[in-house]
Design a protein. Structure first.
Length: 127
C-alpha cells in the first residue's frame, strides 16, 4: 500500500523463511531494505520473528512486528498489536501492548489437546 511493502517473513523469494530479528543480523535487514527499494517501496513490514523492531537502512526502513499469540521479544514478553499509519510517503508503526494475565494464558494452553511438548513450548513464550 503506497510506500509500504508487507509480507509475512521477508521480501525475498517464495518459501524463503529467513528471519530479520537482530542488530547482529543487520545485513539481512540491509538486504531486505534493498529488495524492498528495488520493488519501488520505501518501507517493509514483516512478522514471522514475533519481535517489534525498526531498522533504518540506507535503501528503506524495515519494521518487524510483535505477536499476540507467541510473544518472543526478550525485551517484553507482552502480547502486542500494531497501529500502522500511512500519510503520503511517511509510515509510522506503533506497537501496543495487550493487557493479559500470563498465568491465564498458560492455563488455557495446557487445557488444549496439543502435545505436552507443544504446550510447554507455547507456555515458554509467556514465562
Amino acid at each position: 500500500m503506497g510506500p509500504l511493502f508487507v509480507a509475512h517473513a521477508n521480501p525475498f523469494a517464495y518459501g524463503d523463511w529467513r528471519y530479520i530479528r537482530s542488530a547482529e543480523e543487520a545485513e539481512e535487514a540491509e538486504e531486505a531494505a534493498e529488495t524492498v527499494a528495488a520493488r519501488g517501496f520505501l518501507y517493509g513490514l514483516f512478522g514471522h520473528v514475533h519481535r517489534h523492531r525498526r531498522y533504518d537502512c540506507a535503501a528503506a526502513t524495515i519494521f518487524t512486528l510483535g505477536s499476540l499469540g507467541q510473544p518472543r521479544d526478550d525485551r517484553a514478553r507482552t502480547p502486542k498489536w500494531a497501529m500502522i499509519e500511512i500519510r503520503g510517503d511517511i509510515v509510522t508503526i506503533e506497537s501496543r501492548d495487550i493487557d493479559f494475565d500470563p498465568e491465564d494464558q498458560m492455563h488455557a494452553i495446557r487445557a488444549t489437546t496439543l502435545s505436552a511438548a507443544t504446550q510447554e513450548r507455547l507456555c515458554g513464550y509467556f514465562a
